[in-house]
Design a protein around this ligand. Structure first.
Ligand code: KG4
Ligand code: ZN
Length: 347
């Protein structure tokens, strides 16, 4: 079964054709990072406007790639069995453009359509890399710019969140700490790069405790970094945070990046260990944009060994192939959605 999938929940517009949930036959992605860089974060209106401009060209380019892979003179739409699009969660304007594109194509080309949850999609990035090693029950650590969750999958159809953040998402904290340190947007990759040069033991940062040991809390860690930077340069808490970076030297900045990253990775790994002890799992998955973090990948691999599956780097951050994979496994037990009344959900 070949599914044309569309992902547009945030600042990327992506299309992919995925076969049987595991093989990527064609894909195209348009990233808006350069449009938002000057603002130091994503501007939702700019994201939605850009999606309007690139939606059809991205889908067309993906289908042209599929056509050249097949080489032949035929209607490429005959190759497509279904359409999938992310309809939740995300930025409302961004979600609308992708779902409207998918709904229109489903009606025009008379194809079944599946609405997909973005976070569930992230988990399925692993089926694109190593589907043969994945066995239920699965525990998945889902870490992105908007979410931090531990999900238990008993099967493709039976799953639930068993732990989640009580405040900030971990990706958001990487982005905010990067701002304080004067590192460029997006913060995750720039913190991990700076951390490679820094000393992770230099600054002691707190490990928060939650009433439910499978939940996370990161707002205290974010504030702790801010206070530690203020102390280091000798100013009090009233000093404006956007003026701090200019007073840090390169060594201090790299040491803060390394100390923050190692604390964040420790919190994620320790919480995941508790989840595995409590629920047991045949396979442990890592998913979401923060899954691109090298230190996190290494730590989890070391702790969970053969049970751990880590997706390819390019399928960690937002992409359409993971959505096509999730849609395939969903289509094995669920009915398609009605393209005329498919709504978006922002949470
Ligand atoms: O999943 P994603 O692409 O978009 C959302 O669904 O939110 O995740 C984006 C997040 C951003 O916060 C970004 O800073 C973070 O993933 N990220 C990283 C790394 N690469 C991206 N965080 C830590 N280390 C990285 N190497
Ligand atoms: Zn994402």
């Amino acid at each position: 079964m070949k599914i044309l999938a569309i992902e547009s929940s945030c600042d990327e517009f992506a299309a992919a054709v995925v076969e049987d949930g595991t093989r990527v036959l064609a894909e195209t992605i348009y990233s808006q990072i350069d449009l938002h860089k000057v603002f130091g974060g994503i501007v939702p209106e700019i994201a939605a406007r850009s999606h309007v401009e690139v939606a059809i060209p991205v889908v067309e380019e993906c289908l042209v790639k599929l056509g050249s892979a097949n080489s032949g003179d035929f209607d490429i739409w005959n190759e497509i069995d279904a359409i999938a699009a992310v309809n939740r969660p995300g930025l409302s304007g961004s979600l609308l453009i992708g779902t409207l594109t998918a709904r229109t194509l489903a009606l025009l080309k008379n194809k079944p359509i599946y609405a997909i949850d973005h976070m569930e999609g992230h988990v399925y990035a692993s089926w694109l890399s190593d589907s043969n090693r994945i066995k239920f029950p699965i525990l998945a650590l889902v870490v992105s710019g908007g979410h931090t969750q531990i999900m238990l999958f008993r099967s493709h159809a039976d799953y639930e969140a068993i732990g989640e953040t009580q405040d900030d998402a971990i990706g958001e904290v990487f982005d905010k700490v990067a701002k304080v340190l004067g590192l460029p947007y997006p913060g995750g990759p720039s913190i991990s790069e700076a951390a490679e040069r820094g000393d992770p033991e230099k600054y002691q940062l707190p490990i928060p405790k939650c009433a439910n040991p499978l939940n996370f809390s990161f707002s205290g860690l974010k504030t702790a970094v801010l206070r530690a930077v203020q102390t280091e340069i000798g100013v009090d808490h009233t000093f404006p945070s956007f003026e701090l970076a200019a007073r840090l030297n390169a060594f201090q900045r790299d040491d803060f990046a390394a100390s923050f990253q190692s604390t964040a990775v420790k919190i994620l790994t320790e919480t995941m260990k508790r989840a595995v002890d409590q629920y047991g799992a045949e396979t442990i998955l890592l998913a979401g944009g923060v899954a691109a973090n090298k230190e996190l990948r290494n730590q989890l691999q070391e702790v969970f060994g053969d049970k751990m599956i880590i997706p390819e780097l390019r399928y960690c951050t937002d992409n359409a192939a993971m959505i096509g994979s999730r849609a395939y496994f969903l289509s094995q037990y669920a009915k398609p959605d009605n393209p005329l009344d498919l709504e978006i959900g922002v949470n």
